[in-house]
Ligand binder design. Structure first.
Ligand SMILES: O=C(O)[C@H](O)[C@@H](O)[C@H](O)[C@H](O)COP(=O)(O)O
Length: 254
């Protein structure tokens, strides 16, 4: 488990540009080391800005996108192609513009795929298990997993005080989400925490309280972002407004 580090950017636009550049370099490094790379995507406004920034970055062409696996940390349980799906957003902002291998894109099931949310979560867990390296846990290696942070401290679709905290399976259905839509699918915190690097990306003053509480050591049931730790690195990528309440011990990095 890794100690968190914090990087603060002047504004949300620079934050998105910086995360995009980091992502390209991280994928290049993973491909140099392992011949392939994997990234776990998320949803929300800052994620969309990062995807657009990657698509606009000339250095993205250095990545062999046909050897990148794309997974999702959470999904809104809506019909395929719905503009509110995190998959739809990522395809439109990034994946459609890249020479990806369609077999390496692993969206979470849509609500019209013939399964209820619980069965859809089980199907995604099975897809993860099929990609797991032999002899390891039932999950593939994730080089980098990106998360947005909600104003209430949620990450992926793990919300404060929600029963999803007590789910022992790697992927969970979520009903009664306080953020619309109410039905979702999410990786659980223990699954998220198997990633080598986890990046928590947050911009805007409305995130400052949750970010500050998470870094101050709040409990993960109250502030789910506080329960996130990559195996090699936990990186908080913030703009100045979101960083307003970061505890002093992280401020040397600002
Ligand atoms: O499906 C979703 O909505 C997300 O995966 C969610 O966890 C999101 O990342 C945060 O709510 C931050 O979203 P914003 O960047 O829009 O604030």
């Amino acid at each position: 488990m890794s100690e968190a580090s914090v990087a603060v950017h002047a504004d949300a636009d620079l934050l998105a540009q910086s995360v995009a550049a980091r992502l390209v370099v991280k994928l290049l490094d993973a491909q140099a080391e392992r011949g392939q790379a994997s990234v776990v995507l998320t949803g929300g406004r800052i994620a969309a800005a990062v995807y657009r920034a990657v698509a606009a970055l000339p250095a993205k062409d250095a990545v062999d996108w046909s050897r990148v696996d794309f997974w999702w940390g959470d999904e809104r349980f809506l019909p395929a192609g719905d503009p509110e799906r995190n998959e739809t957003q990522a395809r439109a902002a990034l994946l459609d513009a890249l020479p990806v291998d369609p077999a390496r894109i692993h969206p979470m099931p849509a609500s019209d795929a013939g399964a209820d949310p619980e069965e859809a979560a089980a199907r995604y867990a099975a897809e993860l298990a099929r990609a797991a390296r032999p002899g390891t846990a039932a999950l593939p290696h994730f080089d980098v997993l990106m998360l947005g942070v909600g104003e209430d401290g949620h990450v992926a679709s793990v919300f404060p005080e929600h029963p999803v905290h007590y789910e022992s399976r790697p992927v969970s259905a979520v009903r009664g989400s306080p953020k619309p839509p109410p039905v979702r699918i999410t990786l659980t915190l223990p699954t998220i925490n198997t990633a080598e690097e986890v990046w928590l990306v947050a911009g805007g003053a409305d995130k400052a309280n949750a970010v500050g509480m998470a870094l101050a050591g709040a409990g993960p049931v109250q502030i789910p972002a506080a329960g996130v730790q990559g195996t090699g690195r936990t990186l908080w990528l913030l703009d100045r407004a979101a960083a307003a309440s970061v505890p002093a011990r992280f401020r040397s990095l600002r």
